[in-house]
Ligand binder design. Structure first.
Ligand SMILES: [Zn+2]
Length: 327
């Protein structure tokens, strides 16, 4: 679980907030400001867990409050977010929170309201929020995130503690990324940090997207290779999956969609992801064999999530795929 100690960079902010938690003097309203991807939501999540946690040091990551907070199912943590458009954070949401805030917490000592993209609150919404901030119930904590607090009414700013987050240094970002993306090579991580300057959110997005793109190309090739007489092309295509679990995961997801399409085509329906390779695959296999491939892919996905050995899993997938297609 994310804790104060593994948040990247921003030492002074982390120090201030973690000691406020320790001394049980978190402000009723906290504004976290900073550029996209610098960790505002991550930090807001840590703070929310800390506010409801019953262990030490907070958030302990082990008590029932922390477990629920992490799963996004704690009854005393509320999340609301505006969209990217101005004034897309509506006053109705704040009015709901306002009536809810006066009701005592369900399970924890505090109720936490996370308001993301606070700059997209309409002025009406901000004024409604201001009414609670003027006389906040003692058990309530509001955490607002925004790119810049200057976009909020000065009356809101003056009733909140503002913390400015900056993207971490490249070294710090690398340390965090190694932990989050253990299967990605050091070389690609360094290249990503160079490109995004330590903006971890952006890097996680871009690495995730590049996997999805690679998988979209690789999955149909794997289906084509599976129905060849020779074994080698399939093994060669699948080899990169052994070292890159995210890519493996993305390819399996794609394969599962393509094989479902192949089954649909076989039954006379239309594919969701039309691809020549899928037509070919569908035409080469009986309905029973297609179903066998489909359950094989599902099983492999399950095993991967249960942390099975990737090398063994890839080898088994190739062998079972060939036998399922009758090669
Ligand atoms: Zn806890």
């Amino acid at each position: 679980m994310m804790q104060f100690s593994n948040f990247a960079g921003n030492q002074q902010v982390i120090q201030a907030l973690s000691s406020a938690v320790e001394e049980d003097r978190l402000p009723h309203a906290i504004i976290l400001e900073g550029p996209e991807g610098c960790g505002k939501r991550t930090l807001a999540g840590i703070l929310a867990a800390a506010a409801v946690c019953s262990g030490t040091p907070k958030p302990c990551g082990a008590c029932s409050h922390c477990v629920k907070a992490q799963a996004g199912s704690h009854p005393d943590i509320f999340v609301a977010s505006g969209g990217t458009a101005a004034r897309s954070f509506h006053v109705e949401t704040i009015r709901f929170l306002r009536s809810d805030a006066y009701i005592r917490p369900n399970e924890a000592s505090h109720k936490v309201y996370l308001l993301f993209r606070a700059e997209s609150m309409s002025e009406q919404a901000q004024n409604a929020l201001l009414k609670i901030l003027e006389e906040p119930p003692p058990h309530v904590i509001f955490i607002l995130t925004c790119v810049s607090a200057s976009a909020l009414l000065s009356t809101i700013r003056s009733r909140a503690r503002i913390f400015s987050l900056a993207p971490p240094s490249p070294e710090e970002a690398l340390r965090v990324l190694r932990g989050k993306l253990p299967d990605v090579s050091e070389e690609s991580l360094c290249a990503a940090v160079e490109e995004w300057g330590g903006n971890i959110g952006r890097i996680l997005d871009s690495v995730g997207n590049s996997r999805a793109q690679e998988a979209a190309e690789l999955a149909p090739q794997i289906l084509q290779a599976a129905i060849l007489r020779e074994e080698f092309p399939l093994l060669r295509l699948a080899a990169p999956l052994i070292r890159d679990k995210d890519l493996f995961r993305a390819v399996l997801e794609r394969l599962s969609n393509l094989v479902r399409d192949a089954c649909v085509i076989r039954a006379g329906g239309k594919a969701l992801f039309p691809h020549a390779a899928v037509e070919e695959f569908s035409a080469a296999l009986t309905r029973e064999r297609l179903m066998a491939v489909s359950s094989l892919v599902a099983q492999t996905r399950n095993s991967l999530e249960r942390n099975a050995n990737a090398a063994l899993l890839v080898t088994t997938l190739c062998a079972s795929l060939r036998s399922a297609v009758g090669r």
